[in-house]
Design a binder for this molecule. Sequence first.
Ligand SMILES: *Cc1c(COP(=O)(O)O)cnc(C)c1O
Length: 302
Amino acid sequence: MSNYYFMNFQQPAIINISPHFAVRHKVSLDILRLDLIHPVISGNKWYKLKYYLQHAIDNKATGIATFGGAFSNHILAAACAAQINGLKSFGIIRGEKPKLLSHTLKNAVQYGMELYFISRKEYDNKEMVKERLKDKDLFWIDEGGYGTDGAKGASEILDGAAFDKYSHIVVAAGTGTTFAGLIKKIKPHQQVIGISVMKNNYSLREEINSLLNNNERKKNFRLFHDFHFGGYAKNNDKLINYMNIVYESSDMPLDFVYTAKAFYGLQKLTEEDFIPSGSKILFVHTGGLQGNLSLPKGVLKF
Ligand SMILES: *Cc1c(COP(=O)(O)O)cnc(C)c1O
């Protein structure tokens, strides 16, 4: 039986930064740079995929199949992780096939992924799609890697290094799988803060709860819905300027879909004293920088 290729890997770097707001409000701020662990399988996706790919290997599946949009970090990560592990990959993509493939999808194809474009209506009926590809003997992974095995993999983000010293751990939440993984691992003196990147996605709380057991549901975590900048994958000049300022002051590139909104939320929560002075904050940089390729050239200074 072979193991997931990445089973043994180096702990990601932790980098201390001191932006003005952190100095002014007397908090320490460390960044867990998951964006640096692999050039393609960015950040949290690596952890979320781990047990799914392990199951695919153990079940002797010929490949994996999963779902996503045209700019999905998950789709690209799944393609690359599958190829490294000798598995085929199939991406079920929401919407009509465009004349020009996005950077994300082009790269996914380069990593051997076979793409199926389906209408939004069909996309909502996942069983029908699965039925169509039934004889390919595939292991299916939910959109965004959502699920208990995804959360189990994500919980390993907090394995290994000395994380006990932090009082607050902050992360972006899409499906909430990574957030749930962190909740599993925190100690009683710690709080995890999730910044939802979608607009009014209030069902997220329940989706996160269903990845947790009874004890984990009582842990200290908070979800915020105020920092979506108009909705999922939406951006504006304010967000783009903010990303440039963070890069210039702290040498940290952010992506506009997830980490920029989460980091902005972290700053606001610190300025509003929700995160009080004296706190030791760990911001989990979940990667996703390839998504910035969909922005017009030149708007970012990195
Ligand atoms: C996918 C992704 C997330 C969201 O992770 P979930 O586990 O779905 O909440 C956060 N940040 C980045 C950069 C991502 O690519």
